[in-house]
Design a protein around this ligand. Structure first.
Ligand code: AMP
Length: 215
């Protein structure tokens, strides 16, 4: 059965939002990652892209109005069910998402919980394809082609994200605690929240998600 409600994936950096999105795509969702959309802007080398790079590489958040503009430019609302990966990310964005963007639409929030020590190890081993944005991990999910992407026909070089350096990771964790965590009570109160232990293996987490969504 094709999904009829939108999904929001929330979790600290390294919780597996991108990886679980890829798994959910097989159920018929469309995927929208704000981080990927911002990194695409960075790659253009435009003035806007340069401003975004400065913010992201320092581990800070892009402002809410810019994020809303990025959503409006990229999301095709006629599509039935999206996975929002990376938006909303603070209480103001969550309120706008619930009251404006999702007005008259159904959605669930999948909250991925993982202890910080596990996340730090994961992020330092994370590698991203510079072309198709596929996510790898040198420890738990290595590419079969070493430092090249093994997705056919991609084959592009894998890179370590500039914001996956230890001092930036620790800053992103603090921002998640201070800025993103308050969304949990908000979504719980709206009856949209589903929580997952995302320290488990990739397949186990995705099986638990599918079971709870009951598709
Ligand atoms: P991600 O790939 O989801 O880890 O996002 C990478 C970076 O993009 C974050 O650390 C933020 O700097 C920025 N970003 C992504 N989504 C948002 C958002 N909804 N609001 C503000 N900044 C964002």
């Amino acid at each position: 059965m094709a999904p009829r409600e939108h999904i929001v994936l929330v979790g600290p950096p390294g919780a597996g939002k991108g990886t679980q999105s890829e798994k959910l795509l097989k159920l018929g969702f469309s995927h929208f990652s704000t981080g990927d959309a911002l990194r695409k802007e960075m790659a253009t080398g435009s003035d806007f892209g340069k401003q975004v790079a400065e913010i992201i590489n320092d581990g800070n958040f892009v402002d809410d109005d810019t994020m809303l503009e990025i959503i409006k430019r990229n999301v095709e609302w006629e599509k039935e069910a999206y996975i929002f990966d990376g938006y909303p990310r603070n209480l103001a964005q969550a309120e706008k998402f619930h009251n404006v963007l999702m007005k008259g639409r159904e959605y669930k929030v999948l909250w991925l919980d993982v202890p910080e020590a596990v996340l730090l190890d994961r992020l330092q081993a994370r590698r991203i394809c510079s072309k198709c944005r596929a996510v790898f991990n040198t420890e738990s999910l290595p590419s079969r082609k070493g430092c090249l992407c093994d997705r056919e026909p991609c084959g592009a070089e894998l890179s370590h994200r500039e914001d996956d350096r230890e001092e930036v990771i620790l800053k992103r964790f603090r921002i998640f605690q201070d800025v993103s965590l308050p969304m949990k009570a908000f979504f719980k109160e709206k009856g949209c929240l589903l929580e997952f232990d995302a320290s488990l293996g990739i397949d186990e987490v995705s099986e638990n998600i599918v079971k709870k969504l009951a598709y």
